[in-house]
Design a protein around this ligand. Structure first.
Ligand SMILES: *Cc1c(COP(=O)(O)O)cnc(C)c1O
Length: 424
């Protein structure tokens, strides 16, 4: 019962005992001791096959040798200089090489910082005020995007966070995901829109796929209205393909944000895009962005090793992930059908999620209609069987390159037991 004891201690010194809200679940989260490959171990000695994978960050698995070795080498040379390094040029070139829409890139630390900078850049570049986001998309924990957001904010039923200024949130217009006509209408009515931000694949409301033409339509519409389009690829970048969702769907946004799999477990994110937009950043331009830890050599060397590994092995990694994910999703779908449990399963590349509802899940509203209590029951049963998925209906199940066929078999058995418990 070490985790239980640790949680009691944690609550005394950490608000609600956790450092990020989705980490909490009833009755208490397990405390992790170590990880390797596809597994994590808790303080009670239990082993779990990890399908949370740092909310998608660990595409290559825990403690991937190429990355650990690059970081170990860098540790011998220094951890923080706050003056430029050649490594940053190398990483920027790798990012630009994978993402043709990115001509220049700034490194930051977190996805939230990346989207905050992207939005400020769009405002600075267009000299306009409002931004448009889609219902259920999560772009981090800052005021202008914490409006009808997914992830922990949907899980905990927070539409606009307390402490956020209405003056800020009123400048965020919200449009239904997979509804490009609504975007067109809102853009026609509002002439003061600085940018449109979207998750090209919605991975923070469970998993929701863009319908055919949705992304190409919003690209056309934003172009016609002369409004920068921001692809928030913090989840999809490097995960869906080496060039993210934009490569997969063949769409060029004006600004892109990256994070999570960019560092495969190390703290790094990025914002990049067209030169004339990126050049607005200080000190060249007047859009301010700064950070002590941005481009620190530890994260940068981890990221260089991640991208180099992903690029080198892309013909193995991506087809394997897609194959494993399809196999798992279809088998879970079959189990739930055999048990006659009303459900939907959405999957693509290395991500999937099940929803307990008989209607297709295509946006925030249909995702919210799924039976989240059943999901919690399934989650608890999976955990008992040694399978860790993110503890919320509004998150996604992530595969990593470290998962093996044996992991999949164990996972399917666990889902079988879990789904039977949901039925009762
Ligand atoms: C996780 C996430 C963010 C926020 O990233 P942090 O590193 O948690 O700040 C932004 N956008 C998307 C799409 C995300 O999934």
């Amino acid at each position: 019962m070490n985790s239980k004891k640790l949680f009691t201690e944690a609550k005394k010194v950490i608000p609600a005992g956790v450092n990020s809200p989705v980490r909490y679940f009833e009755p208490y989260p397990f405390f992790v001791k170590k990880s390797q490959g596809s597994s994590i171990w808790d303080e009670d000695g239990n082993q779990y096959i990890d399908f949370c994978n740092g909310y998608g960050a660990l595409l290559l698995g825990h403690r991937r040798k190429e990355i650990i070795s690059a970081v170990s080498n860098q540790l011998k040379r220094g951890t923080l200089f706050c003056t430029p390094t050649e490594l940053e040029i190398k990483l920027s070139k790798l990012i630009i090489g994978n993402f043709p829409s990115i001509e220049k890139v700034r490194l930051v630390n977190t996805g939230s910082e990346a989207t905050m900078t992207a939005i400020r850049l769009a405002r600075g570049y267009t000299k306009k005020k409002k931004i448009i986001k889609f219902e259920g998309c999560y772009h981090g924990a800052h005021d202008s995007v914490l409006v009808k957001a997914g992830s922990g904010s949907a899980h905990h039923g927070i539409s606009v966070s307390e402490g956020g200024l209405p003056e800020v949130s009123k400048n965020t217009l919200v449009v239904q995901y997979n509804n490009s006509q609504e975007l067109e209408r809102v853009l026609k009515k509002n002439k003061d829109v600085a940018g449109v931000i979207v998750e090209p694949i919605l991975a923070n409301m469970g998993l929701i796929l863009p319908e055919k033409d949705f992304l190409s339509d919003i690209r056309k519409i934003t172009k016609n209205h002369n409004v920068p389009l921001i692809f928030d690829e913090v989840v999809t970048g490097f995960r869906v393909s080496p060039g993210g969702a934009q490569q997969h769907f063949g769409i060029k946004p004006d600004i892109t944000t990256l994070g999570k799999a960019l560092g495969n477990g190390f703290v790094i994110a990025a914002v990049g895009g067209r030169k004339e937009i990126m050049n607005q950043l200080t000190p060249g331009g007047k859009v301010y962005q700064a950070s002590t830890f941005a481009g620190n050599p530890i994260s940068v060397s981890a990221s260089i090793a991640s991208i180099t590994t992903m690029n080198k092995l892309k013909n193995k990694i991506y087809p394997k992930l897609a194959q494993y994910c399809a196999l798992l999703s279809r088998a879970i779908d079959d189990i739930a059908s055999d048990l006659k449990i009303p459900h939907q399963i959405n999957f693509t590349s290395s991500m999937f999620q099940i929803f307990f509802t008989n209607k297709p899940v295509t946006d925030y509203r249909t995702s919210k209609k799924a039976d989240a209590k059943k999901f919690q029951k399934m989650f608890r049963s999976l955990l008992k069987s040694g399978i860790f998925i993110a503890p919320s209906q509004f998150e996604t199940v992530f595969l990593s390159d470290a998962h093996t066929k044996a992991d999949l078999n164990k996972t399917l058995n666990a889902y079988h037991t879990a789904l039977k418990s949901v039925k009762n």
